[in-house]
Ligand binder design. Structure first.
Ligand SMILES: NC(=O)C1=CN([C@@H]2O[C@H](COP(=O)(O)OP(=O)(O)OC[C@H]3O[C@@H](n4cnc5c(N)ncnc54)[C@H](OP(=O)(O)O)[C@@H]3O)[C@@H](O)[C@H]2O)C=CC1
Ligand SMILES: [Fe+3]
Length: 467
């Protein structure tokens, strides 16, 4: 049995640390959720356990959280909450059947018992079953109900009221908070990783929102305040979106690839066939693809830098930088990161394809044919100095260019970009510090320096925003 427990910051027991609980290790002892009415109790700041942790070992002062439902998400929530030092009560319609599935530290009981003590109840059920909880309305009065549900696409279109607002309408005497729906059961259980730490939270009650924010933080997530419960519909739509920012850049890359593929096919395959009756159709899967990829990469890379130049030219022409850009330019500026990463993707594919070229049988036949020709010509030493140098330099420059592009791509990862300061970032992505995006019109600013320039530093190919 492994447990590592810090009570008031003091290690209480042995050092084993279960896999997947790293998020809990980031806890700031001061930021752990304190439930209402528990503000003066000793703080359990850090509590990592494995699934064999028994209930008896959860300190009695641990903040209590109830979970209604015993499905996949309830199980992940319970595991994560137990690992973060909470005392968890799971309310099931059939506790005997489901008890064995939960960590031993979580108490699986009836729905009535699970909601009796805790001030915070996580409703891990589907919308259509919310009404089955109405019998608990009196017990839930004054408590915080956290709606973690995600509608299906069809439900999202069908209902104009979000799941959270629906829950609030069923329980008008409780406080409803929307949270955790964007986190998958797997992430919830294994702990937050880079990039998916953010938990949008909304509610009409700031105090309840604050409580759930602290709870999310103590579970290793980063709460994002989304305002009132009216935003719940937007929050529920988040998991339904499929790469929304990538649609236009991906279509652009595809369009460019089709164009260059058609051009290279006509030039390298069709033209020799028509004019010289040479069959070079074997080039379609590798050679033509490989010739098209760098063209796409180059054009995409130029499209990353072009809007910054256009924006600067527009500002020069207008004589001011404090006016909005046209919508098309603004969208273009905002999609530079995606376009840049697609450029990197095409360049990486080109490198791989190029490395595989000598593996092709056609290449081996070409080499053998060349050797035979040399023997027939009685030429024992083929060495064209210029060709040799040309190829050496070509490969070296290609690799250097790819290395530079990789650096741009790596520094565009949020975790790395966030660890760089302004000077470091502008050193790596120099031309981008002057990239301009001006959805922002700023009225109260002296516009004198970088402090007014940097509104958002989303990575990369640089969505640095200037006012
Ligand atoms: N799975 C995931 O990755 C994520 C899920 N969610 C949300 O969490 C909620 C639960 O999802 P998930 O755990 O996957 O679903 P499951 O189907 O695994 O679990 C749903 C649970 O609801 C409980 N329940 C209560 N009343 C009823 C009823 N009348 N009929 C049927 N079941 C009832 C059941 O528990 P019992 O029988 O013990 O009462 C059941 O285990 C959903 O709203 C989902 O959108 C959100 C983010 C991620
Ligand atoms: Fe090349």
């Amino acid at each position: 049995m492994a447990a590592w427990c810090l009570v008031n910051g003091t290690p209480a027991q042995g050092p084993e640390r279960p896999l997947g609980m790293e998020g809990g290790g980031n806890l700031d002892p001061q930021s752990v959720a304190k439930m209402p009415g528990e503000m003066d109790k000793p703080l359990i700041s850090h509590h990592l356990v494995d699934s064999n942790y028994s209930l008896a070992e959860v300190p009695s002062e641990a903040p209590k959280v109830g979970i209604l439902g015993s499905g996949d998400f309830a199980h992940s929530l319970a595991t994560r909450l137990v690992g973060s030092g909470f005392c968890v009560l799971v309310g099931s319609r059939n506790p005997k059947r489901t008890a064995g599935l939960f960590p031993a530290a979580a108490q699986v009981t009836s729905q009535e018992e699970a909601v009796a003590c805790p001030e915070v109840i996580l409703v891990a059920m589907f919308r259509e079953h919310y009404s089955s909880l109405c019998s608990l309305r009196d017990q839930l009065t004054g408590k915080i109900l956290v709606d973690v549900s995600n509608p299906t696409e069809q439900e999202h279109l069908q209902y104009h009221q979000s799941n959270a607002e629906y829950l609030a309408s069923l329980f008008p005497t409780s406080t409803v908070v929307k949270a955790f729906n964007v986190i998958s059961a797997w992430t919830m259980q294994s702990g937050p990783r880079d990039g998916n730490r953010q938990v949008p939270i909304c509610s009409n009650h700031p105090e309840a929102k604050h409580t759930i924010s602290l709870m999310a933080r103590s579970m290793g997530f980063t709460p994002v305040d989304m305002g009132s419960l009216a935003s719940a519909r937007e929050v529920e739509a988040m998991p339904l979106r499929l790469l929304p920012d990538w649609k236009v850049p991906a279509l652009l890359a595809l369009g460019l690839f089709v164009f260059f593929y058609a051009y290279n096919f006509t030039r390298d395959v069709l033209q020799p066939y028509v004019q010289e009756n040479k069959n070079k159709f074997y080039k379609l899967p590798v050679s033509v693809v490989n010739t098209s990829l760098p063209c796409v990469a180059f054009v995409l890379l130029s499209l990353v830098y072009l809007p910054g130049v256009l924006a600067a030219a527009l500002q020069l022409q207008r004589g001011t930088k404090y006016r909005r850009f046209p919508d098309w330019l603004d969208h273009w500026l905002q999609h530079r990161k995606q376009i840049g990463l697609l450029s990197f993707f095409c360049a990486a594919l080109h490198v791989l394809y190029s490395l595989c070229l000598p593996l092709r049988r056609s290449h081996r036949y070409d080499l053998v044919n060349l050797a035979v020709k040399q023997v027939l010509a009685n030429n024992s030493h083929l060495w064209v100095e210029e060709e040799v140098w040309r190829m050496e330099i070509y490969i070296s420059l290609g690799l250097l260019a790819f290395g530079t592009l990789s650096l741009l791509a790596v520094t565009s990862l949020p975790s790395i970009a966030n660890s760089l300061n302004w000077k470091e970032f502008s050193f790596v992505q120099p031309s981008q510090q002057r990239g301009v995006s001006a959805r922002t019109t700023v009225s109260s600013c002296d516009h004198t320096g970088p402090h007014c320039i940097l509104l958002s530093r989303s990575p990369l190919w640089a969505s640095w925003r200037w006012c």
